[in-house]
Design a protein around this ligand. Structure first.
Ligand SMILES: Cc1cc2nc3c(=O)[nH]c(=O)nc-3n(C[C@H](O)[C@H](O)[C@H](O)COP(=O)(O)OP(=O)(O)OC[C@H]3O[C@@H](n4cnc5c(N)ncnc54)[C@H](O)[C@@H]3O)c2cc1C
Ligand code: SF4
Ligand code: SF4
Ligand code: SF4
Length: 499
């Protein structure tokens, strides 16, 4: 998780500048809306009074800092984020990057995008060829005539057809105005107090890619790949536990890590998914007992709005969460914005899965009927491997079709997703790159790397470097790069879905 240092202290800022900036910050629409709705917020019981003030204080501090950053950027030429952090010394570099990106969304800063092309040599079907590659450069400059933008509730994201149904906005909304299911999103307009917090944290509202890249590149101990993002190490791994081998999807690495976390009481609960009463329809669950963990093993290819239950787990001191890349991004965004302070401080580990696409549950049923002439309750496993969609049946039979044949059943909103390997997780796990019975693992944070090594030391997992095996990291990077390239741009002005 990107840990943004909350400056909280404005040491070195003159009292007059600080007073002026705090005065301006208190007029920010988001701060005002949150403050004015205090009674309604406390009535819902989502946040206690002390949590309410913790969030409000952090919002005022972050907004004050943004006003000061804005002041220091005035009259400057367009600058790269890296140049801006060198220019402004008053705050930690992470904060400044986060501030500039938010100031852009708030309407105060303009992003200048420059495109350059360069020729690179690539191996295509075994032959080396020169191909043209586009590179994008982003600079930021204060607008001459800024107009503050008010963030709309996320119905705008849903109506544009780009909502990934992660459920995060529903967990965050301080007055419980949002209801998210695997296919729908509804906002109660009478309850909504137009704070725009849901927009700030939504993974599909505005991009955090530039902030992510720049913040991660500040940490010289991390490796960087344009295709799989920032990482500490990459591994191939498999569980050593026989019971997990019975329920796992690939290497059983995810369930092994979760078992370690619960057994060693590193966390008190896990958010994962299990089959609902409709088999293969995932249902998000809070697991606080190891004996219930094995119900969560294996991949359900229908999407699950898992993040909507995070607020239900807030009474646990520490939790870990398993989810697909869009969910990892959602939580990261809620840590960055609006204040650099997470809404739920107890999320200790994010275990991200690789994900090329997911399917609406009804279309998954149809896919199984159309392509295999089977009923979904006859299946014991579904898998995507080596370009095939594979099913295993209660009869013991295994059938497959080309992945291309089933892609039309996938969710449209997955076409707006650029992340295959859960860039924003602490540990990412998937099958691409590893042999059958193994998972590919990317550790992305120091905490994630330590956790993975602790699980290996405890004997729950056997592992070696992903660079030592075939097809290995090369294939993973190629497929991840293809997903980034194919990703469609998001346009919130479209109105594709009638509410
Ligand atoms: C929708 C989807 C698409 C995927 N696509 C790819 C892909 O294209 N390429 C690739 O390499 N890997 C993909 N994966 C990941 C892969 O299928 C395995 O989940 C991963 O390799 C971990 O295997 P494991 O044996 O370690 O996990 P296990 O030990 O079996 O644990 C699986 C974990 O996944 C969670 N889970 C299952 N279904 C869902 C769901 N719908 N939403 C959220 N969490 C879920 C469970 O709660 C469990 O904790 C996908 C996963 C999902 C959920
Ligand atoms: S729906 Fe969004 S804008 Fe409305 S109150 Fe909830 S978080 Fe705020
Ligand atoms: S936070 Fe998730 S569920 Fe909510 S609008 Fe954004 S993408 Fe959709
Ligand atoms: S492809 Fe992206 S949007 Fe779709 S389920 Fe996977 S992570 Fe979410």
């Amino acid at each position: 998780m990107v840990q943004v240092v909350n400056s909280n202290s404005f040491k070195g800022i003159s009292p007059i500048d600080l007073m002026e900036a705090t005065y301006q910050a208190s007029g920010n629409f988001q701060v005002r809306a949150f403050f004015e709705a205090k009674d309604e917020i406390l009535k819902t019981g989502k946040f206690s009074e002390s949590e309410f003030y913790r969030i409000l204080d952090a919002m005022v501090d972050a907004e004050t800092e943004r006003k000061l950053v804005l002041e220091r950027l005035k009259d400057k030429d367009p600058l790269f984020l890296e140049e801006i952090v060198k220019e402004i010394k008053d705050f930690p570099a992470d904060n400044i990057i986060r501030d500039v990106i938010y100031l852009k969304e708030q309407g105060y800063v303009k992003e200048h995008v420059e495109t350059k092309t360069k020729m690179v040599v690539k191996k295509i079907k075994g032959e080396e060829k020169e191909v043209e590659v586009k590179e994008y450069f982003y600079r930021y400059q204060v607008k001459e005539l800024p107009i503050e933008q008010f963030f709309e509730p996320v119905s705008i994201v849903f109506k544009a057809g780009v909502c990934c149904q992660c459920g995060w906005c529903s967990a965050i909304c301080p007055v419980n105005a949002i209801e998210v299911t695997a296919d729908t999103l509804d906002i109660d307009n009478d309850t909504c107090m137009k704070c725009g917090l849901c927009f700030s944290v939504c993974p599909r509202s505005f991009s955090i890619d530039q902030a992510y890249k720049s913040i991660k590149k500040l940490d010289k101990s991390l490796n960087w790949s344009d295709k799989i993002g920032a990482y500490v190490n990459t591994y191939t791994a498999s569980t050593t536990i026989d019971e997990i081998k019975e329920v796992r999807q690939d290497g059983g690495v995810v369930t092994s890590i979760l078992e370690f976390l619960l057994e060693k009481k590193v966390v008190d609960a896990i958010i994962a998914v299990q089959h609902s009463k409709d088999i293969w329809k995932p249902e998000p669950v809070i697991v606080d007992d190891v004996k219930d963990l094995y119900n969560t093993g294996g991949t359900k290819y229908a999407n699950s709005p898992s993040l909507k239950i995070i607020d239900k787990a807030k009474n646990y001191e520490n939790i870990a969460l398993v989810g697909v890349p869009c969910m990892m991004k959602a939580i990261e965004k809620g840590t960055l914005f609006p204040s650099g302070l997470p809404f739920f401080k107890n999320i200790k580990y994010k275990i991200g899965l690789f994900c090329m696409e997911s399917f609406p549950y009804t279309d998954l049923i149809k896919l199984v009927e159309d392509k295999f002439d089977k009923k979904i309750n006859e299946l014991t496993k579904m898998n995507i491997d080596k370009g095939k969609f594979i099913i295993n049946l209660t009869s013991g039979e295994e059938l497959n079709v080309d992945l291309k044949e089933v892609q039309s059943y996938a969710r449209d909103n997955c076409h707006f997703c650029e992340d295959l390997t859960s860039d924003y997780a602490d540990i990412s796990v998937g099958s691409i790159g590893s042999q059958a019975g193994f998972s590919s693992v990317i550790t992305r944070t120091k905490e994630g790397e330590k956790l993975f090594n602790d699980v290996v030391k405890a004997g729950l997992i056997e592992t070696k470097s992903l660079k030592e095996v075939k097809p290995g990291q090369g294939l993973l990077e190629r497929i991840a790069g293809t997903k980034r390239k194919k990703c469609k741009p998001i346009d919130l002005k479209q109105n594709k879905i009638e509410s």
